[in-house]
Design a binder for this molecule. Structure first.
Ligand SMILES: Nc1ncnc2c1ncn2[C@@H]1O[C@H](COP(=O)(O)OP(=O)(O)O)[C@@H](O)[C@H]1O
Ligand SMILES: CC(=O)N[C@@H](CCC(=O)OP(=O)(O)O)C(=O)O
Length: 294
């Protein structure tokens, strides 16, 4: 025979209260599509990866349609090191020659994509691994820049049919940021850029970028909880926003202009970061909007 002691009951009541608090958000977001960008730096340990997968499956279970776009910059870097090839970045983008694009495709579409798919499936979901190449999901073109970045691409067109049919079939798409150009060449796309353009093209209700910092930080390293477009531009110009944070904030602005309702940069090192962001009144990261009135 088992008994429930008072402290157990209090713990259970606390759990029930948390579930009730999440109810209005579940209702508000049921049927909506969320694009979640899972950065290579946020995949820092197995337990966090397992919890990320559980969060994604929970979203699907409560009627939200999550679409995961992943990165893997540090993992590409490690493989390049092993092959004694150099990693070089300009404004957060990897300079990508022919050998580098081969390695990027192998790492992103191979080990990383499949391990996220496996984690989501192990958590009870039905994940399908894709890249921009599958069913012409994303057609890329060379990214023009003052310094030649090689095979770095940017999305030119998005054909979301494969996403719509996968979601309708109850699947969770997991997308690697690799795409083909019109002539069949392979392009390496920054994963934030890939996530933002997909979010815009399918008019995702929300875009989340999970990374390895609390959000956008000011010069004193304090978290900026809300930013509008003009503030983002000033922070880039004065160098406060630099490196890998540049493609993140510009991606958020592009997704908002494309039709997403809100874009947030959040700390992927925090357990259940997505659930906290979606199902509590004020998430922990930086919320980006176009203007104060949005
Ligand atoms: N103002 C800023 N606030 C926060 N992080 C910043 C800022 N400027 C530059 N960064 C850098 O951006 C990094 C996140 O980008 P990145 O390394 O590309 O992450 P991910 O792999 O998650 O895409 C942070 O770890 C930090 O070093
Ligand atoms: C062009 C470009 O920079 N592509 C990235 C793609 C992976 C990525 O963006 O990964 P994170 O999100 O983990 O940084 C790269 O080669 O690192």
């Amino acid at each position: 025979m088992s008994v429930i002691v008072n402290t157990d009951q209090k713990k259970l009541q606390k759990k029930a209260k948390i579930l009730c608090e999440a109810l209005p958000y579940m209702k508000k977001y049921a049927g909506e599509t969320f694009v979640i960008k899972y950065g290579g730096n946020a995949m820092i340990d197995d337990e966090l990866s397992r919890q990320f997968a559980e969060d994604v499956v929970l979203l699907k279970q409560v009627g939200i349609n999550p679409i995961v776009v992943h990165g893997g910059g540090p993992q590409i870097g490690k493989m390049l090191d092993r092959l004694q090839l150099e990693s070089r970045f300009i404004d957060g983008l990897r300079v990508t020659d022919e050998q580098t694009v081969e390695v990027a495709e192998m790492v992103l579409c191979g080990s990383i994509n499949k391990s996220i798919v496996a984690d989501i499936n192990a958590a009870g979901g039905k994940a399908i691994g894709l890249s921009g190449k599958d069913s012409n999901l994303v057609i890329a073109k060379k990214r023009e820049s003052t310094i030649d970045l090689g095979f770095v691409g940017e999305p030119e067109a998005v054909n979301p049919d494969i996403l719509n049919s996968s979601v309708e079939a109850g699947m969770i798409p997991v997308i690697a940021p690799i795409a083909a150009g019109k002539n069949g060449e392979t392009f390496n796309i920054n994963a934030d850029t890939m996530a933002g353009c997909i979010a815009g093209a399918i008019q995702a209700r929300r875009l989340f970028l999970l990374t390895d910092v609390e959000g956008v930080l000011n010069e004193e390293k304090e978290l900026l909880t809300d930013l509008v477009e003009s503030e983002v531009k000033t922070l880039i110009t004065n160098g406060t926003i630099a490196g890998g944070m540049i493609p993140k904030v510009t991606t958020c602005l592009d997704a908002l202009k494309g039709g997403s309702n809100a874009a947030s940069i959040i700390d992927g090192r925090v357990m259940h970061a997505i659930l906290l962001e979606i199902f509590t009144e004020r998430g922990a990261g930086t919320l980006i909007r176009l203007t104060e009135d949005d």
